[in-house]
Design a protein around this ligand. Structure first.
Ligand code: GLU
Length: 291
């Protein structure tokens, strides 16, 4: 049974970029006659904006997208993340380093410009140091387990060596919140998600997530990463780059714009949201569902 999901962070209203991810995940679930779930990723409570989750859920409904099951809130699931973390045992360790210490200690940068953790606290904290965050060990670059490969249904074969690209990464943050990477893996497994369809800005998080799935004994879903929507300055659309909230009174135009971004060709211009779905679902199915 296909189970897909859309997992927005409630940091602001839905915009044209997040609509593309919602639309692609919804179309893929419908074209596979599967279930589609909404999950609110408010694990980073410091970034959560009051009312944003309700606003996103209402906007999706106005576009015709409703969750086929209970809407999970990550903020209510701390205990699950804590259980998973405990299962990792010796694979995790306490880290006392501040951002500045890490930045000062080594010049190796990851593909996304982040600093690769130099492993200072890997073998225990130096005397007098207090734990700030908790990290998971990744295997040495030459260990075959460090190389994560997956076949993305849009992007093709993706290979990432965790030691070279990421290093030991944070599962519990210095501010006390669970990291997105852990929460997303626990939730996808618990909800039985078989297919993750989301924006390509998360492509480079996927290897970390597959690594955690393996450590926790979860199966790995299939992945499809759709091209991110950028503004005319080439920046990914987000609240920070000034993306405008969607206008639900203009839902057909917004949906058509998102479908066009996904390269879908509809036989004619729909005159209602229902008609949009009746054209877009088979168009997606033709391209992405193997029969
Ligand atoms: N909550 C993440 C975001 O809004 C998406 C997570 C995911 O789809 O895995 O960027």
């Amino acid at each position: 049974m296909y189970i897909g999901r859309f997992a927005p962070s409630p940091t602001g209203p839905l915009h044209a970029g997040s609509l593309v991810a919602a639309l692609a995940s919804y179309l893929d679930a419908r074209a596979h006659h599967g279930r589609w779930l909404i999950r609110i990723e408010d694990v980073d409570e410091a970034r959560t904006v009051a009312g944003a989750a309700e606003d996103i859920i209402q906007t999706l409904a106005a576009f015709g997208m409703r969750s086929d099951g209970e809407i999970l809130l990550q903020s209510a699931r701390q205990i699950r993340y804590s259980d998973a973390f405990d299962k990792l045992g010796g694979a995790v360790y306490a880290c006392a380093c501040s951002r500045k210490e890490i930045a000062d200690s080594r010049v190796t940068l990851a593909a996304d410009g982040a600093v690769i953790y130099p492993g200072t606290c890997r073998n225990g904290l130096a005397p007098g140091r207090t734990p700030r965050a908790w990290r998971v060990r990744v295997p040495a670059a030459t260990d075959p387990h460090a190389l994560i490969q997956f076949d993305d249904r849009w992007q093709g074969l993706i290979s990432e060596n965790l030691a070279e690209h990421v290093g030991d990464f944070v599962l519990k943050r210095a501010d006390g919140f669970w990291a997105y990477q852990l929460a997303v893996v626990v939730d996808d497994a618990e909800q039985g998600v078989t297919d993750i369809v989301r924006g390509a800005d998360l492509l480079e998080s996927t290897a970390r997530q597959i690594y955690l799935q393996r450590l926790l004994g979860f199966s790995t879903p299939r992945y499809l990463h759709v091209p991110a929507v950028v503004n005319d300055r080439g920046e990914k659309l987000s609240k920070q780059t000034g993306a405008q909230p969607l206008d639900v009174r203009n839902s057909i135009n917004a949906l058509m714009g998102a479908a066009e971004h996904l390269g879908l060709t509809l036989s004619h211009a729909p005159s209602s949201v229902d008609e949009f779905w009746s054209l877009a679902i088979p168009a997606w199915g033709q391209r992405f569902v193997r029969t």
